[in-house]
Structure formats: C-alpha cells, structure tokens
Design a protein around this ligand. Sequence first.
Ligand code: GCO
Ligand code: MN
Ligand code: MN
Length: 392
Amino acid sequence: MFAMFTPTPADKFTFGLWTVGHRGRDPFGEATREAINPVTIVRRLAELGAYGVNFHDNDLVPIDASVIERDHIVGEFRRALTETGMRVPMATTNLFSDPAFKDGAFTSHDPRVRGYALQKTMQAMDLGVELGAETYVFWGGREGAEVDAAKDPMDAIKRFRDAINFLCEYARDQKYALRFALEAKPNEPRGDIYFASTPAYLAFIQTLDHPEMVGVNPEFAHEQMAGLNFYHVVAQALESGKLFHIDLNDQKPGRFDQDLRFGSESLKTLFFVVKLLEESGYSGPRHFDAHAYRSENTDGVWDFARGCMRTYLILKDKARQFAEDDEIQSLLAEIRGADERLPAYDRGVATHLKGFVFDRAALASRPLPYERLDQLVIELLMGVRTGKRVSG
Ligand code: GCO
Ligand code: MN
Ligand code: MN
C-alpha cells in the first residue's frame, strides 16, 4: 500500500526552488530555517521521486552576481540535473522583489522600468531555455495598484499586452520552443493585481499577436482567494486548450496567500481537480507551488514535499475507485440519463422547437438524487468504500 503512493518521475511532480527553498519568512517575521542550496534541492527531490524543479532567475543566480559567478552556479546546477536525471520544465522571472519594481514591471508608468523588466525577462528566458525549460510563467505580482487614481487599468492592460507581444517575438526570433503561461492572483503583494483571475487571462490571450503561444498557469490558492471554484477554472482552461501549466497547493478561504501543502485543507475540490487532470489527458507537470509551515525545520520541508506528492497519488487512486464503483456509476447513469446533444441550428429545427409543447411538470419532477451521490463521494474520500463493492 505504501509503495503504491510512492512517486516516480513518470508522475511528473515538480517543485519550485522557491517552494522547498522557502525559509519561513513572512511579513511579520524573519526566516525560521536555513537556506537550502539549489544543488541539494535537486538531489533531495530526485531521491523523493520528483520529476523536476522550476525557478525564478534569482532563485538560482543572485540579482547582483557577476558573469563568472553566474556561470559557476549554473554549471553546478546543471551537473546536479545531469547526475540525477531531474528536469527543468518551467522557468520564470522575479519581477517583484527588487525595489525597482515597487509600482509594477511591465505595467509601470516608467518606460525605464518596463525596459528593465523586458531585459531581465529575456535574460531569464535564455537561462531557462539553456536548462531545458519548455514553459515560461508570467506571474505579475507587482502589476497592480493600491491607488486607482494613479494608474489607468486600461493602460496597464495595453502595457502588459505590449510586453507579452514583445517577448513572444523574442522567443520566435531566438527559435525557442517556449510556451508562455500567465498566472493570475487577485491581490498580494499589491492591494489589487490586474487580471485578478484565470478567466481574465483567457480573454486577454485572444487579443495577443500570437495567442497560440500563450496559455494559463492557474493556482489553487489564488482562485480560492478570489472565491472561485478551481475545478471549474481548470476545466475552462483545459476545454480551451490553454492549460499549459498548473500550480497545485492548498488554501483556506478568506485568508492571505497561504500556499499550503497540497491537499492539507480542501480534499473534496482537489479530488475533482486531480480526477480532471488525470482523465482529461493533461500531460504537463504537476507543479507544487507551496511551502512548509513556518514552524518546520529543514527535515519538515522534505515531509512537506513528500506529503504533496503522496496526497496527489492517493487522490488519483480515489479517482480510479470512483470510476470503478458500481453504485456511483449506476447512480451517475441514472442522473445523466439520455444526455445527448441537441441538433445544431437549422430553420426547420428552430421552427419545430418553437412549436413544441413541453411538459414542464414532467421536467420539474425528474428525481436528481444528488444527496446520495455526494454522500458516496464523501464516503469514498473518507476511505470507507473500497471500490467495486456495492456497500450494504
Ligand atoms: C505566489 C505565486 C508565485 C508564483 C511564482 C512563479 O504564490 O505568490 O504563485 O509563487 O507562482 O512567482 O511565477
Ligand atoms: Mn500562491
Ligand atoms: Mn504560483
């Protein structure tokens, strides 16, 4: 049973250097644990069965490193990747820590800041591609406002579009096989962040010069902060062919961005998310953008990482049980009934439909035993249903 939930690289689990490397710092308190070297992170995650690591440029190379220091750091990191077989499927730019970005990067009023943000991103794309990245994430942490009198949100959208268009052209020009994934968040660190939710980005992508190069990177915590149903958000991204990456974690409603261990709070929603990812054919990485509780030491960080992957695999197994459970499946068949598509429009269909007499009382009286179905899901998740057996 234990071995069954032990990850292997085939499960495509990834972590950010900034996630397991998180030192427990928060706005009210200093770090509670030591920094872990990127090479150590690669080795430990490989031992635990992960597929790869992702990073912001400055997670790996400090912002003020010389070229010699950069080359040394990248060389050591690359060696650890080669020795362990770990991959770097995704990379991104830190456009939020440096005070230069205090009022935004791509959406700053200051063209020098916007130029610096483009420069930093092009350099970080080079680094990511050098290490094998295929997906490039944009999380606009500082792209927002506290004072709406100061910034025009329509200008912000136009500036963000200019930046993404510029960087798409750069990727094409360099012949990089990179796909971009936009990550939304409603607030934090800004009072309000532009493109507050994943659906806002899905609409924005259609206005770009190269919409085919750009998709989304939804994060559970962020949609939960916005009060949205993450399962539905991911479904829309998948249905539109735009789920290029995903940030898995957990989050209690109505709180700051907690980035909790995957499955530590919201088992039912995350069960449906895992079921969706597994059954839809999504083949990208399962990335955990989360970190260990501030109260943990370094040993606890590895407990955290193991926990994220193990819970995902347990939920994946629950999805299999759901599909094989006779009682659940026959109830679903009963509920869904003759769920066929209506004919497409033609004038004859429309005329027929307009004249048809519907029996509203019959429509309204159709039984929908959702209480029974949902209780079965709950019992399956609580481990008292074992699969095929129809329980008494
Ligand atoms: C957050 C964000 C970040 C981004 C990361 C990659 O929790 O504030 O999710 O962790 O995902 O910066 O762009
Ligand atoms: Mn987050
Ligand atoms: Mn994230």
